[in-house]
Design a protein around this ligand. Structure first.
Ligand SMILES: C[C@H](OP(=O)(O)OC[C@@H](O)[C@@H](O)[C@@H](O)Cn1c2nc(=O)[nH]c(=O)c-2cc2ccc(O)cc21)C(=O)N[C@@H](CCC(=O)N[C@@H](CCC(=O)O)C(=O)O)C(=O)O
Length: 144
């Protein structure tokens, strides 16, 4: 059952334009960051209940995805992290396909396995982790 609600565009112009162009072109345009593929996550605002769309690096394995709340190694989590904690039902668009998923934050050995996959997909994640004391959260998305 797709998410419903009022879309609230990101105040980050680059991310907003990438998410909207990617979605409007069925994943044909603005589908990468420095040549690496992106996906667009739709989440429900933890406070507003509005729909938030967030471009993220594509990390996929056997039909499951990971999303990494890196925010470039900033000291604080990105705000969308709190949306997934409050509302695990998300949508993810990969190319021209969009499906519903349950997001689950992973820890320990499971996180390590997905962190390795994430760093293979986007090596900068490893650099981001050296820039902050916070453990960069990883969510695994399982198809609903
Ligand atoms: C700017 C802020 O965005 P954010 O949710 O903190 O996310 C910051 C970034 O992670 C986000 O811009 C990502 O798209 C950046 N980004 C990546 N960010 C990552 O963390 N990881 C990535 O892999 C990643 C890849 C990527 C690729 C392309 C690209 O263009 C951007 C990429 C934002 O949208 N703030 C809103 C609020 C958003 C929100 O969700 N509000 C909640 C409240 C949540 C709460 O406070 O509890 C609500 O509506 O209820 C605002 O200030 O009005």
């Amino acid at each position: 059952m797709p998410l419903t609600g009022e879309y609230a565009p990101s105040p980050s112009e680059y991310a907003r334009e990438q998410a909207e162009t990617f979605e409007a072109s069925d994943g044909a345009e603005r589908n990468d960051l420095r040549g690496k593929p992106i996906v667009v996550l739709t989440s429900v605002g933890a406070k507003s209940g509005k729909l938030r769309k967030t471009p993220l690096m594509r990390v996929e394995h056997d039909g499951r995805y990971a999303v990494v709340a890196s925010l470039g190694g900033a000291p604080k989590h990105p705000v969308w992290y709190y949306n997934l904690i409050a509302h695990p039902h998300v949508e993810l668009q990969d190319g021209d396909s969009k499906h519903d998923y349950d997001a689950r934050e992973v820890h320990g050995a499971e996180r390590a396995e997905w962190w390795e996959r994430a760093c293979e997909a986007w090596p900068d994640y490893a650099t981001y982790q050296t820039k902050t004391d916070r453990v960069i959260p990883v969510f695994v998305l399982e198809r609903r």
